[in-house]
Design a protein around this ligand. Structure first.
Ligand SMILES: [Zn+2]
Length: 358
C-alpha cells in the first residue's frame, strides 16, 4: 500500500506545471534497446537481473522479464514487490510473464518481478532491512545513495523512463487486511487523466480511489507511480491481496487485471472486458496510531463504517486499553492493520468516502 498518504489538494495550475515539465503522454512505439543490460528479443521473452552494486550497504538483484512483440507498439512496465511482503502481485506477475504470447503482442512488456529484493528475502513489511527506507518513498532514487535509493534509481532510469504506461502493483502488506482497489491519480491534465482512468477501469478491481496528488517535483517524486506521472507517463497503483496472502483468487485478480489492460492498450488482440460497475472512493484518510502498543481491529478491509465508528482498540503490552481508534468520517475501510504490532504514527487503517461517481 501507499501508506502514510494524506489527502492533499493541489491546484490545476500546479499540476499542469508538472505535466508541462514532462513529455506528452503517448506511445513511443520503439522497444527499449536494453533494460539494465537485459536485451529484448523480438517475439520472445527474455529474463535477467538489473544488478544494483554494493557501495557499502549491500547489493540487490532485480529480476526482470521482457516480453517483446513482433509488432511495434507501446511499452508497458509492471512493477511488483515494491513492498517485499506483498505477494499476490508478485505471484501474479510470474503467471503473466508466461501467459503473454510474444507472437501476439504488439509492443513490449517489462515486468519487474521483485523490485525490493532485500525486503522480499528479509520478509519485512514496509521497510528495507538494508537501510530502513520505504522504497515507495525514495523515488526517483539516487545512483550514489543508500541501497533503497539505488534500487529506485535503477528502476526509474531502466524501467520507468523507458515505458509508455506504468502500473505499480501492491497488495495488503503482511500486516494489512485490504479490500482490493486502485489508486487512480488525477493530475489535472485531461488527456493524461483520461488515459489513467481507462487503465484503471480496464484493470477492473471495481473499487477505485480518486487520488488527487501532491505537487511533487520529478526529482523528488517519492512514489513509483508519481515518478511515471512526472515524466509524462500514465501511471497508477493497484492494491490486490491481503496480509501477505497468495490465495489463488487474489493472485488471479492481478493476472486478470494485467491481461485486460493489455487488451485495452491494444497490445494484445481480443475484446476488452467491459468495465465493471465501480465503487468510486473520494477523500481518504490514513488513521495513524497515537502510541506504541498492540492493535486489535474491529473491522475488516471492505467494511463500511459510520463517522466515529470503531475501527479497533489499541492496548498496551499488558493488554490495558490505551485508545479506541475511530473512523474520521463515514466511508469504506480500504485496509486495516490485522496483526498486533503497532508503532506510534504508523497507519491503523485507511478509510475512504464513497462518492456517487468520479
Ligand atoms: Zn505496498
Amino acid at each position: 500500500m501507499r501508506k502514510f498518504s494524506k489527502l492533499t489538494i493541489m491546484t490545476a495550475a500546479m499540476i499542469l506545471a508538472i505535466i508541462a515539465a514532462g513529455v506528452t503522454a503517448g506511445a513511443r512505439a520503439e522497444a527499449p534497446e536494453s533494460v539494465g543490460g537485459i536485451v529484448p528479443v523480438p517475439g520472445a521473452r527474455t529474463t535477467g537481473f538489473i544488478e544494483v552494486a554494493d557501495t557499502g550497504d549491500g547489493a540487490a538483484r532485480i529480476p526482470v522479464s521482457i516480453i517483446m512483440g513482433v509488432e511495434k507498439g507501446p511499452t508497458l512496465a509492471l512493477v511488483g514487490g515494491t513492498h517485499g511482503y506483498e505477494y499476490a502481485p508478485v505471484m501474479g506477475l510470474q503467471i503473466v510473464a508466461r501467459k503473454i504470447d510474444p507472437a501476439k503482442l504488439s509492443g513490449t512488456v517489462i515486468i519487474v518481478h521483485v523490485a525490493n529484493m532485500p525486503s522480499f528475502l528479509g520478509r519485512t513489511i514496509y521497510y528495507s532491512p538494508a537501510d530502513g527506507a520505504n522504497l515507495n518513498r525514495v523515488y526517483p532514487g539516487k545512483a550514489d545513495g543508500t541501497l533503497s535509493q539505488r534500487i529506485a534509481n535503477a528502476i526509474t532510469t531502466q524501467v520507468i523512463e523507458q515505458a509508455d504506461y506504468l502500473v505499480d502493483m501492491h497488495s495488503g502488506d503482511g500486516n494489512e487486511d485490504l479490500r482490493p482497489y486502485i489508486y487512480m491519480p488525477v493530475t489535472g491534465n485531461s488527456e493524461m487523466d483520461a488515459k489513467i482512468k481507462g487503465m484503471a477501469l480496464a484493470f477492473g478491481l471495481d473499487h477505485i480511489v480518486i487520488d488527487k496528488r501532491d505537487n511533487l517535483p520529478a526529482d523528488a517524486s517519492l512514489y513509483t507511480d508519481m515518478t511515471g506521472l512526472t515524466r509524462g507517463i500514465p501511471s497508477m497503483t493497484t492494491e490486490a491481496g491481503r496480509v501477505g496472502s497468495t490465495e489463488p483468487d487474489l493472485v488471479r485478480k492481478n493476472v486478470d487485471g494485467v491481461m485486460n489492460l493489455l487488451r485495452h492498450l491494444k497490445m494484445l488482440p481480443g475484446e476488452e472486458r467491459p468495465p465493471q460497475p465501480t465503487v468510486w472512493l473520494g477523500e481518504f484518510s490514513v488513521v495513524a496510531s497515537p502510541a506504541d502498543g498492540m492493535f486489535i481491529a474491529s473491522v475488516r478491509g471492505g467494511h463500511t463504517v459510520a463517522e466515529g465508528g470503531v475501527l479497533g482498540q489499541l492496548v498496551d503490552f499488558f493488554g490495558e486499553p490505551i485508545a479506541t481508534i475511530r473512523a474520521p468520517f463515514a466511508g469504506m475501510v480500504n485496509y486495516v492493520i490485522a496483526t498486533p504490532p503497532m508503532r506510534k504514527g504508523e497507519p491503523v487503517a485507511m478509510v475512504s468516502k464513497i462518492v456517487a461517481d468520479e
